[in-house]
Design a protein around this ligand. Structure first.
Ligand code: DGL
Length: 275
């Protein structure tokens, strides 16, 4: 029988803990929806792998979450969005959203001087995905892309405010300091974890764009017309899955998501993507 509601969870995935920034934004924006998160911690980082490998991982994770009965999938990883979303769009029977377009839209609407910095993993920057989207949105925007490969391990390690992080951020962001940007896209979902340090290094005249909120808004816009909402009054669940080291993942997740308050979290379950 057809009903206007769908109790199935929304899947969210990243190579590690970075996509928890998206999980948090989605949980705030759509509190009634059940969410299932998969961090592919056994294979993190994706950002230094080839486009073919990242696309293959993306499809593999999607298939795993589809088998768990998701009704939509958010690719909460810029690298997988840049390199795997196109293949996923052809493959997935449920709506699939990435983080690049919502982040680029937010940046294009934020910049005043049309000088936009983009930081991301090597693969995301090499893909040219953000400059392409930004130019399509506004041909006068000038992109300043920069790979910051050391940021992901710092975020995964939980060194979000560590002095070493400040030092590495100051060194890594140096090429952007003279570029005259007024907007900086955090083009990796791990980077919002380091946002206070990045903001301090870049200074108050640069606005940081965190695509987590933007993708949560984009998802919310598709609930109703395309994705049926959760039944009203149902208790939403938050399930966390990791492909390796669930204890460490759980500790960072709890601290970062302040999950004591939100409740409804099941223990982090370790899963094997191979059938
Ligand atoms: N969080 C992922 C992203 O947004 C990348 C981290 C990695 O290199 O795996 O790009």
């Amino acid at each position: 029988m057809d009903t206007p509601f769908d109790p199935r969870p929304i899947g969210i995935f990243d190579s590690g803990i970075g996509g928890l920034t998206v999980l948090r934004a989605v949980a705030q924006r759509l509190p009634g929806e059940s969410l299932i998160y998969l961090g592919d911690t056994a294979r993190v980082p994706y950002g230094s792998k080839s486009p073919r490998t990242v696309a293959r991982y993306t499809i593999q994770v999607a298939d795993f979450l589809l088998a768990r009965g998701i009704k939509a999938l958010v690719v909460a990883c810029n690298t997988a969005s840049a390199l795997g979303l196109e293949a996923l769009g052809r493959h997935s029977p449920v709506p699939a959203l990435g983080v690049i377009l919502p982040g680029a839209r937010l940046a294009a609407g934020t910049t005043r001087n049309r000088q936009v910095g983009i930081i991301g993993t090597r693969s995301t920057i090499a893909s040219g995905a953000y400059p392409r989207e930004l130019t399509a949105l506004d041909s006068l925007i000038r992109s300043h892309p920069l790979a910051c490969p050391l940021f992901v391990p710092l975020a995964e390690e939980g060194w979000h405010h560590h002095p070493a992080t400040r030092l590495i951020a100051t060194e890594s962001l140096q090429p952007l300091m003279a570029a005259g940007i007024d907007t900086l896209i955090l083009g990796c979902t791990h980077y919002p974890l380091l946002a206070p340090v990045i903001a301090e290094v870049m200074g108050p005249e640069v606005t940081l764009i965190d695509s987590a909120r933007a993708v949560a808004d984009a998802l919310a816009g598709r609930i109703g017309p395309e994705i049926r909402p959760a039944p009203p009054g149902a208790r939403p669940t938050r399930t966390l899955l990791a492909t390796d080291v669930p204890d460490r993942f759980e500790e960072v997740a709890r601290r970062f998501l302040e999950l004591e308050e939100s409740g409804g979290l099941e223990r982090v379950e370790m899963v094997d993507l191979q059938p």
